[in-house]
Structure formats: C-alpha cells, structure tokens
Design a protein around this ligand. Structure first.
Ligand code: IPM
Ligand code: MN
Length: 325
C-alpha cells in the first residue's frame, strides 16, 4: 500500500520551496523504493481569494484521505489552514530539531529538539471581546500535557540527555504550573530541569548547548523555535513535523516570505529537511539520512541560495540535492 501524501504548496515562497523539495522526495522515493501516492491541494491566501475559504472542501477531503500532509508556508490565513490541520487530526506534538549545518555561519553551536505542544494553549481560538475588554483563553489539559510529554520522553531516551520544561509558572500559577507539574510527573526517571520562558530565550542565545530536548507549550514553542532557528544559522534551514497518533504533517518553520516570493531565492533546505523528517516518520531512517547527507553535500559544494552565501536558485538547489540522491 502506498503512502498517501497530500502536498499543499501554500503561499508566497511556498510553491517554490515545495517544488524544490518534490524533486528530492521523488528522487528519494524511487531510489529507495518508497511507494508514495502524491496528490496536491490548494489552501491558504490564494485559495481564500479564489474560493472564499482558505481550506476549501476539496483540500479538506484530500487531507482526510491522506496518511501524511506535506505543506509549504501559508500567508495571512495560516491559522485557518495550519492550526486547523493540527487540531482536526490531533497532531499534538510539533517536533522542531535545531542543529547547525556544516558550512553555514551560525550565531552559536546548538543541537537540540523542541517538542512543542501543538493543539492547546491560546491556539484553541477562544478569544472574546466585550466592549473595550478583550480576552483570550489559554487552555492546558492533563491529557494534552501527558501525551506531548511522552513524546519528549521518547526523544530524551533516544538522545540520552536531558529534558528542559519551559514555562512561565511564576505568573501563570495555575495553568503553566499545571503543565510543568504534569510534564514533570510524566518524565519521571529522566534527567529533567525547568526554565522560565524569558530566561530560556536568553539562554538560547547565551549558551544554547545547554539545551537538549525542550518541552514547552504551544505559544512559547512558536516563539522560541524561530529564535533557536536563527541561532543555528537561519530560519530558511529549520524543518518541523506535526505528529499525532496516526497522521502527521511536515512543513518548514518559516512563513510565506512574500517579500522574496517569485524571485527564486528562497532557501528550500527547511522544506527538504522536513521531507527527511517525513521519511523518518514513515520508518525510513535510511532515506531521511540520505537526504540529510545530500543537503550537507550541496552546501559543501557551494550549491546554496543567497541567504547562506550562495548564488543558486531555489530550484537549482532542489535539483542538485535530488541528483546526489
Ligand atoms: C508556526 C507558525 C504558525 C504557528 C502560524 C502560522 C499559525 O508560526 O508553525 O510556527 O503559530 O504555529
Ligand atoms: Mn511560528
């Protein structure tokens, strides 16, 4: 049975980086014998203009049928597509590895993996306005915390180091303290420490090597993973995987970058490394590793986009990486 992959190219630089990644995905699938059935759906700002909804029924139907979604960045309507997919399929863990790539200038050395809770927190969309007062609900549940903490446990056991729980329990003394305490319990037996989110932001710049697995709530994870990506050398390199119990979605951490869209200069590496994560999720670590090695080779050979000091286009980088595979 083939894996049913739904590709959502997205907005801005999305179609370019996804096209580049598809060269790699197809080369890897045929070389390593992974049976993929690839379909494509329109979703995002362009879909909103065309169909009046950012996630049209056709995209939703294809997403329901797919085993896995491979998605580019979405523009202004990102919440209506990205968060909808995360919530609809309960993709409760957002895995965001952050690691330097050889030959890419970085702020500091860093090698950690963020396990970001992905369906709760202020992302539940419970916002209200009563006259001149506005309210947003931050929802953290025991069940939601336990299941994401178990994912952090798995990564900690794989990597053999420490989990840092990041929260703001000194202010959110009910909600964040609950997240911390439940997570702490679920991680019992492992080396665990904790940090306030503001201090974690500072430490990620000051001494990023102290982090290994970082377990945090949805919004802190959103913010810190952009920060950490920049520490590692730039957000154009940062992949992610949204994982549930049966389905998953892979996407770059970066946004639609409308300012550089259509110029062919967007770095496809974040999206290509997200494809590597997808193959790993399919149980094909060999394919994932082949993609990662090919990405490193392309950088070594100077086949790079301008953001990391090269002069090649998005598609040239994608095709080159595909050709190595
Ligand atoms: C991300 C994005 C999304 C988020 C937005 C676009 C809804 O920033 O995946 O990090 O906040 O989760
Ligand atoms: Mn983000």
């Amino acid at each position: 049975m083939p894996y049913k992959v739904l590709v959502i190219p997205g907005d801005g630089v999305g179609p370019e980086v996804v096209e580049a990644a598809l060269y790699v995905i197809k080369a890897a699938a045929s070389k390593y014998g992974v049976d993929l059935e690839i379909k494509t759906a329109e979703a995002g700002d362009a879909a909103l203009r065309k169909y009046g909804t950012a996630m049209p029924p056709e995209a939703l139907k294809l997403a329901d049928e797919a085993d896995v979604i491979f998605k580019g960045p979405i523009g202004e309507s990102a919440y209506d597509v990205t968060s909808l997919i995360r919530m609809r399929y309960l993709l409760y863990a957002n895995i965001r590895p952050v690691k330097n790539l050889p030959g890419v200038p970085a702020v500091k050395e860093i090698d950690c993996v963020f396990v970001r809770e992905n369906v709760e927190d202020v992302y539940v969309g419970a916002e209200y306005r009563v006259g001149d007062v506005t309210i947003a609900l931050k929802v953290i549940t025991e069940k939601g915390t336990r299941r994401v903490a178990r994912v952090a446990r798995k990564y900690a056991e794989m990597r053999g180091r420490r989990v840092t729980i990041v929260h703001k329990a000194n202010v959110l003394r009910v909600v964040d303290a609950f997240f911390r305490d439940v997570a702490m319990e679920e991680l019992r037996g492992l080396e665990v420490d904790q940090m306030y989110v503001d201090a974690a932001a500072m430490e990620l710049v000051r001494n990023p090597k102290r982090f290994d697995v970082v377990l945090t709530t949805n919004q802190y994870g959103d913010i810190l993973t952009d920060l950490a990506a920049q520490v590692a050398g730039g957000i154009g390199l940062a992949p992610s995987g949204n994982i549930g119990d049966s389905k998953a979605m892979f996407e770059p951490v970066h946004g639609a970058a409308f300012d550089i869209a259509g110029k062919g200069i967007a770095n496809p590496i974040a999206t290509i490394l997200s494809a590597a994560m997808m193959f790993e999720w399919m149980g094909r670590k060999d394919v994932a590793n082949a993609i990662r090695v090919a990405v490193e080779k392309s950088i070594e050979k100077g086949i790079k986009t301008p953001d990391i000091g090269g002069d090649k286009s998005t598609i040239e980088v994608g095709k080159f990486i595909a050709s190595i595979i």
